[in-house]
Ligand binder design. Sequence first.
Ligand SMILES: C[S@@+](CC[C@H](N)C(=O)[O-])C[C@H]1O[C@@H](n2cnc3c(N)ncnc32)[C@H](O)[C@@H]1O
Length: 193
Amino acid sequence: MTTTPTAASAYWEPLWSEGRRYRQLDDTENRLLEDHLGPGRARPALDIGCGDGALARRLAQLGYRTTGIDCSPTAIALAAAQDPGPGIVPVWQCMDFTTDDLGTLPEPAYAAITCRLVYRWIDDKAVFLDRVRRLLAPGGTFWVVTEIAGRRPATDPLQNLGITPAQAELLTAGWSTVHTADLDVLRCYALRP
Ligand SMILES: C[S@@+](CC[C@H](N)C(=O)[O-])C[C@H]1O[C@@H](n2cnc3c(N)ncnc32)[C@H](O)[C@@H]1O
């Protein structure tokens, strides 16, 4: 659990508590997720930067034993408040994935690790990816959804939401398979060790 604010929580917590919300999952994205991850069959899944929990809840519906983590206490509270009741619901944990002890997570390894609209915001992406690899089970899948630079008109004030070609290169280097699917300004990556 995060006990002291980190740089990430200092940035994100005010946004969540002021009411900022992010792009919703839609049917197309849900279908891509299911096609690339397959049924959970009670295997463990970890959603990094889960926000208010939509993707983690989707993983739980697919049958994954899911943990959603976020550095913002408000986001985690919003996620927990939307638990549908009895049935497979995610475990929610407030932590900074880049700095906190990964040993506090419920599982030592995950068949699926997901990270949606988060990679862009990670300062030290190499360290982040190293921590993901340490937690990914053999044969597992790392699912990343991120905006790609250059997909919006040059005048669009949200242009800076996209990752650069160098950041995409770092993300995709060193995996045995890399599958991608495009969704307007977003790219989805299914990365396997
Ligand atoms: C743009 S929001 C996306 C939220 C959610 N994944 C979605 O798709 O709606 C980015 C999320 O990542 C979380 N986040 C950013 N850096 C983090 C870190 N180092 N550890 C944990 N969560 C982080 C933020 O608190 C925020 O909820």
